[in-house]
Design a protein around this ligand. Structure first.
Ligand code: ZN
Length: 295
């Protein structure tokens, strides 16, 4: 397949187009070991993770990029998150009342939300309607509408593998020097060639073979691949943020009833528990007032 668990960037010396290849195998296996879904849902989540990895290479920040698909179909919610250093995770939420054998798992209506959270700086969010129940078409629409960049994605998923190819036409400013001869047809030509790549080739050929197969007549410049892996950055501290949102009264009720608040990370299943003294620490004023402060 496209080289396993790697994000590979490439550019063309003869035109203003950038490309990427992503292949996921072990990272998907690691994720699906912790959460199980019916097979078609695995495919959709794999597709969204590939899209997130492809998009992460287009933003120049240190932080988190996430894609969220919300729909009125049997698959209610899909979330894929990736960090600048190649950590991936995702979840799916299903509508228990709906039949997964329905043709349109993502329903008739939905939206794709793209969130970029830099470690430093302001969070950015973009929203597009889910186009034709397709993740790739929606990502393409996002780039067209929000960034005015012509973009194409091809993503294939099968048997625990997922792979993607990304092409984007860049504005003719900056990065590439003016010594490039005008090649007005390049964008169309590169896309037409990419269209000839079969789904099984994208899944099963190495990156080198894919690029040779498509672009051996072009001047392709390939950059060092970035490893990708399933990884969850959850911590007790992060989960306690969720508790502060629930509020003191409800947290204290659970402690009174069950002695502990148990919370599991929805991405990796890691168990966390919070005791009375944790709750006191989270709500020092309220707990002191309530006589549950430190003894
Ligand atoms: Zn976790």
């Amino acid at each position: 397949m496209a080289t396993h668990d790697t994000l590979q960037r490439f550019t063309f010396d003869n035109c203003h187009v950038r490309g990427e290849l992503v292949g996921l195998k072990q990272s998907l296996a690691d994720m699906f070991q912790r959460q199980t879904y019916p097979e078609p849902v695995n495919g959709l989540l794999g597709e969204l993770l590939v899209a997130a990895a492809l998009l992460s290479a287009t933003v120049k920040i240190e932080g988190i990029l996430s894609l969220q698909v919300q729909t009125d179909g049997p698959v209610r919610l899909l979330v894929a998150e990736t960090t600048h250093d190649g950590k991936l995770k995702g979840i799916a939420r299903l509508d228990e009342d709906k039949d997964l054998s329905e043709e349109h798992l993502l329903g008739q209506k939905g939206q794709l939300i793209i969130t970029i959270e830099p470690n430093q700086g302001r969070r950015y969010q973009g929203i597009v309607a889910l186009e034709e129940g397709s993740i790739t078409k929606s990502v393409e629409a996002y780039f067209r509408q929000s960034e005015q960049l012509d973009t194409h994605l091809w993503i294939s998923c099968e048997n625990g593998m997922a792979a993607g190819l990304f092409l984007q036409e860049l504005p003719e400013l900056g990065e590439i020097q003016e010594t490039i001869e005008a090649d007005d047809d390049a964008w169309n030509r590169l896309n037409q060639l990419a269209h000839t790549l079969r789904s099984d080739e994208l899944l099963h050929l190495s990156n080198e073979d894919i690029l040779y197969r498509l672009y051996h007549e072009e001047k392709v410049r390939v950059y060092e691949g970035q490893p990708l892996q399933f990884s969850c950055s959850c911590s007790k501290e992060r989960l306690s943020v969720a508790l502060t949102q629930i509020g003191y009264a409800e947290c204290q009720d659970i402690i009174d009833e069950q002695k502990k608040i148990r919370a599991d990370c929805q991405f990796c299943g890691q168990h966390y528990s919070f005791t009375q003294s944790d709750v006191n620490g989270l709500f020092p004023l309220e707990s002191a007032k309530n006589g549950k402060g430190l003894h």
